[in-house]
Design a protein around this ligand. Sequence first.
Ligand SMILES: [Zn+2]
Length: 354
Amino acid sequence: MKKIFSGCLVIILLIAGGLVYWFWEDIAYWWGDDDYAYYELPEDCYEDEYYDYEDKLCYIDEEFDDDLLTLFFDLADEVLVSLDGDFEDFESTLENAIITYEIDGNLIVNPEEVSISDDLLAYQEDTDSHQKIWVYYANLIPPNHRTNLTQFVIFTDGQEEVMAAVEQDVNDPEKWVLAVDIVDAENPQELTYTLIHEFGHLLTLNANQVDPDEDIFEDPENDEIYEEAVEACPQYFPGEGCSLPNSYIHLFVERFWFDLFDEWDEINYVEDDDEYYAMLDEFYYAHQDQFVTDYAATNPGEDIAESWTHFVLQPKPEGDTVSEQKVLFFYEFPELVELREKIVARTFSRLRRP
Ligand SMILES: [Zn+2]
């Protein structure tokens, strides 16, 4: 009797095991936390894509073949349309904030409405668009590279002025805020370019790269404190603090801005806006072959963010101009080559969908 019972138990266990094995993918899917604002189902994947159960998204195989890569760069070419807009200027961004969210893992939560003029109300109420923009960012950038973001701001200053910006969180210099213009985000190509550019800032300015200066953070308008911190920094000083000796931005500036720095630095002392932009234009045209875009000539921080964006969205350069060397710079870091492959796979799988 005991034997029969044990025999039955073995069979039951075998069947249960078989069921778990058979339906493992579905079990893993439903078991996972539902901390996802947007996800795909395994059946949404194309034939050449695999399903990532952790991210709940379809990706093309990271070792994509040449045909696929060509297809990606065709798509990316549309993304690389030259943008006239500005990315930075956080002050004007916050002045034009419409709604702010806290970032909680993959989600944006606790929306706080900013009081705005009536003509912008439709943008404030457009929760669906806010979610879509955030989710698009979360789709492009791997989760472990989003952990230092705490806030997501939707703003607008009209079409093609400031498109997006990042800035340190006012509560914590090691955390960051991402702001996106809801009007400019309507174009998927521009949005893709802009978000990868903004991520370029987060990648090169985060606390592991640039040691945030507490004194400047506490008193950002104090020129004396600022100048003192710049003087005391043996490396490049991007504004938030002193960059670490092995940081991407310091190595980049050391290599590519050595001859340009003084000439560029002088422009920064020009107070009149028109004169400033005219001189910046002149600076760009005098060294055009050194920059991937005109916007890159704004400052070293924009230069590295623009070069990063071209690194992600363009084939590996074959030439040796300075602007190409700036893109090749990123290939020297295996962790960035790996990250690029991930972002390309994620971006491609999103861009190819209707
Ligand atoms: Zn920028």
